[in-house]
Design a protein around this ligand. Sequence first.
Ligand code: MTE
Length: 327
Amino acid sequence: MPFIRIPQSWELSESQVTLSSSYYNRRHFLKTLIGAGVGASLVPLSGCQPKSASQLSLETTLNLPQLDARTNPLFAQSDRPLTARELAGQYNNFYEYGGSKKIWLKAQKLPLDDWQVTVGGLVKKPRTFDLDGLKKTFPLEERIYRFRCVEAWSMALPWLGFPMNKLIEAVEPTAKAKFVRFTSFYDFAMTPGPEIHLGGLPWPYTEGLRLDEMANDLAFFALGIYGRELPKQHGAPLRMVVPWKYGFKGAKSIVKIDFVDSQPATFWNTLIPREYAFESNVNPQVPHPRWSQATERFVGAGPDFSWERRETLPYNGYGEYVAHLYT
Ligand code: MTE
């Protein structure tokens, strides 16, 4: 049975809440691929549908077990209100589940049983962790970070997780390791974003950092948000949070981490290199080729989507932590 979602009266349409240029252009790009016949096979609409909205509410998808974590005093506050949990949890980018922001229900198809992440490549101590193993090895802390999407919208989010440099300490990269590649879960049958599951896209979603970027105190792995385990739409069970870079650098649902000697290929940079650079630090002075990055639309405390126009900050306001990496 095809999934039809009737929008609530209080919901703005996606084109109202996304910068129209970015909304149009990412999708236009994908449509162009379809038009050009890139990849013949679309996932059929029937057969891999999630439960209907009446069976699974947004609240159910967000109301997950609580996680114990200490608050990191350096990141206990933000210069703006926290984005409301219900807004962040229903306005997501997760292209494995489709090109819309409203993928929260489709993303419930993400399988988490037996989840593991393997960490290897140029390291002295390769490791494989399951979720319990990660929680036992790395004490969790809470950090409120600003989050800035390349599409010029932003949020303030309370993540629970651990600094990436703790993982570096655990696996001991060799002297040859200069970059790190992060790979998201991908299974054609379980990531039902029909219009974009084309042979021409470089699945699985991958992202990368320089090793010294990963070692920076700010670079973070999240296992939770808003005091609870990470909802699937936010990239359960483990995702990257790199707050001085545009949001697409934060790969979701990571299953593999490889330390490598040269800059790895990444999903968006492979697709459209002139628009999505490998480095992609938030920079109000460097426009995206098709829109300005000088300001952003902030999704606030809710309960409804109300958008506040704000100046974009260099490095998303985290220059004191990271500017020295780019001199
Ligand atoms: N990770 C995967 N695997 N697939 C994606 O489509 N989208 C990225 C990033 N990580 C994406 C991803 C983009 S463009 C953004 S803005 C953020 O996830 C959105 O995170 P959120 O939905 O939790 O706000």
